[in-house]
Design a protein around this ligand. Structure first.
Ligand SMILES: Nc1nc2c(ncn2[C@@H]2O[C@H](COP(=O)(O)OP(=O)(O)OP(=O)(O)O)[C@@H](O)[C@H]2O)c(=O)[nH]1
Ligand SMILES: [Mg+2]
Length: 421
């Protein structure tokens, strides 16, 4: 049975959306994306308004005339909240709430709220709370004045909900204890990773824009039953599985949280332990939803996030997904030909997965090195290690030892260094 998103409520809060993107050509993309985020956060947009801003106004983010316009609109449609599609400061938020006489939420808070809904594991919850608190810290003094007693609802949800009302000192204490707890979780995760490192197989992470089809691909390749859903940020916690490839090759594959344009910095920082899976990978599988008109912008956003994580220099296979939705095959072939180390697939119907397996195998092979060695009989156990940690191509019992020819990961190659022939 297909998994569905739990916890999806009927929208409870109505919102006026305020778009502030500068570039006119991005209007549709920006609108679609915010609609998706609203749905994921159970917010119902009932009206929208736009201001082209090259630079936000210091006190109120939008201009004075716009403030009045939004106030009138929000009152007319009786909105529960006004959602600004950008990051606003605590002072701006307070000023706007005073003006609108209703709650004001920014894009970062909306995304944090979705994460809070999705958090299932202890690690996920800790990280969401840390992200919420660090984002709220500077706002605590200013924002939670008038509306602080309106508990619950969007932006107030999640593990941190009661904490948000506490004063700064309490928040600071909580942040430091959260960091300690996350350290502990991280330690355990490192142990697991070290355990997997004992195997000869390389690590790869599936990264990509949210909803690109990462979990669908993981399910196809690993036979997992991960939640795949059109809603943004369906995946929060990473999952790692061993994948067997042809000719005895294998790798550890991790599916993880998706990225988004202007991914809040606080989120990246707080999700360090989750995102470490990416930083520790030997190579990256970048899934791009080619059916999305904004795929290039999305791909750039992913590359920017990888840069923030220090993972942009890793070898990468680019996977153009959802080609079942692309009618123009000529254009598709052109893109794949132009894009280095790329393949086109449909994670949905499995089309192109053979090409992908080949591309991955090539990547894995490039991480292995061939070794010719003569292992003395008293160190026979090393032969077993070669089998365990690589591919033995040839083996001969000779007078002075066991001759082997094997493809091995670098750690194992080092171990055999002194027996090399
Ligand atoms: N038509 C089509 N739909 C696809 C394909 N791959 C994934 N999808 C759909 O795209 C949506 C998102 O897929 P997911 O696998 O959840 O995407 P994800 O990248 O894991 O998303 P997040 O975890 O939310 O960041 C789902 O509704 C999938 O059914 C594909 O190849 N073709
Ligand atoms: Mg996913």
């Amino acid at each position: 049975m297909a998994k569905t998103l739990q916890n999806l409520e009927i929208p409870t809060e109505t919102a006026v959306l305020v778009f502030v993107n500068e570039d006119e050509t991005e209007d549709q993309i920006v609108e679609d994306e915010l609609a998706g985020l609203c749905e994921a956060a159970a917010v119902q947009p009932i009206a929208s308004i736009r201001q082209r801003l090259d630079r936000p106004y210091k006190g109120t983010f939008v201009g004075t005339g716009k403030v009045e316009e939004i106030r009138a609109l929000a009152q007319e449609v009786k909105a529960d909240l006004v959602l600004i599609d950008s990051e606003v400061s605590g002072m701006q938020q307070r000023n706007l709430e005073e003006a609108f006489k209703c709650k004001v939420i920014d894009r970062t808070q909306l995304i944090l709220d979705i994460f809070a809904r999705r958090a299932r594991t202890r690690e996920g919850m800790l990280q969401v709370e840390l992200a919420q608190l660090t984002y709220m810290m500077p706002k605590l003094m200013s924002v939670y004045t008038k509306f602080e007693r309106q508990k619950g609802g969007i932006g107030m949800r999640g593990p941190g909900e009661t904490k948000l009302e506490s004063d700064r000192r309490l928040a600071r204490d909580r942040i430091s204890s959260l960091k300690d707890e996350i350290e502990e979780v991280k330690r355990i995760r490192n142990q697991q990773r070290a355990g997997r490192r004992k195997h000869p197989f390389p690590f790869a992470s599936i990264v990509g824009y949210t909803s690109a089809g990462k979990s669908t691909l993981m399910n196809q390749m690993a036979g997992t039953d991960l939640l795949a859903d059109a809603m943004p940020f369906a995946t929060l916690d990473p999952t790692t599985r061993k994948i067997d490839l042809a000719d005895g090759y294998a790798l550890f594959l991790t599916d993880t949280v998706g990225f988004i344009r202007k991914l809040p910095t606080h989120l990246v920082a707080a999700f360090q332990s989750t995102l470490e899976e990416v930083t520790y990978s030997d190579f990256i599988m970048h899934v791009v939803d080619l059916s999305n008109p904004a795929w290039e912008m999305q791909s750039d956003a992913v590359m920017e996030t990888l840069e923030k994580l220090g993972a942009h220099d890793k070898p990468m296979v680019t996977i153009f997904n959802k080609i079942d939705l692309i009618p123009n095959k000529v254009e598709l072939r052109r893109i794949v030909a132009e894009w280095p180390n790329s393949v086109a697939i449909s994670a949905f119907n499995g089309h192109g997965l053979n090409d992908l397996q080949l591309a991955i195998k090539r990547q894995v092979q490039s991480l292995l090195g061939t070794v010719h060695a003569l292992i003395p009989y008293e160190f026979q156990s090393m032969l077993q290690e070669c089998y365990n940690f690589g591919r033995v191509l040839k083996q001969e019992y000779r007078e002075d030892g066991i001759y082997i020819e094997a493809e091995l990961v670098s750690e194992m190659r080092q171990k055999l260094e002194k027996y090399r022939v």
